[in-house]
Design a protein around this ligand. Structure first.
Ligand SMILES: [Zn+2]
Length: 163
């Protein structure tokens, strides 16, 4: 078992923060690596915090149960609540990576996170920007209250072993 923390980095322009709009319904898309043979899936898997699955032949639950197409070994990934926090303007100015979500991994590990949609951000005036789609890697809008452009760009992520 290994705990992997998904950390993100972004450049925020005239935005105070960036975070999943609905913590329990936010879809995390990632590719899956098999710890047994090292195979990485071509397709992205998706997990949502509110959707737990029963593990086969066990009383446990997980957010993702997947069998490796190459070596047939089965593994699971479970999300851990309360390990992430919103990405702030200060983080952006410092160029910091900030934890978004933590995954308890057994036999398989998430890799290559895809930002996709379901994000929310707040402008300096308190304006809420909802349903932000980061699939294309950036976001630009106009903050009417502040009369200034807002933007999210240079998205990066990494998975780090957490203790
Ligand atoms: Zn495998």
């Amino acid at each position: 078992m290994v705990l992997l923390s998904l950390e993100i980095r972004a450049e925020l322009e005239n935005l105070l923060n960036l975070q999943p709009q609905e913590a329990s319904d936010f879809p995390y898309f990632f590719k899956v690596k098999c710890n047994n043979c090292g195979e990485i899936t071509e397709k992205y898997s998706c997990v949502v915090f509110s959707e737990l699955l029963y593990l086969p032949n066990s009383r446990g639950k997980a957010h993702l149960v997947q069998r490796c197409k190459f070596c047939s070994r089965e593994g699971s990934v479970t999300m851990m609540e309360g390990k992430g926090r919103p990405y702030t303007l200060e983080d952006s100015e410092a160029g910091k990576y900030v934890p978004l979500m933590c995954f308890d991994c057994r036999g398989i590990e998430p890799c290559e996170f895809s930002f996709r949609s379901g994000w929310a951000a707040t402008g300096a005036s308190g304006t809420k920007f909802l349903d932000i789609d980061l699939t294309e890697g950036d976001f630009t809008e106009y903050d009417e209250k502040e009369s200034c452009p807002v933007a999210i760009s240079n998205l990066e992520h990494r998975f780090v072993v957490s203790k």
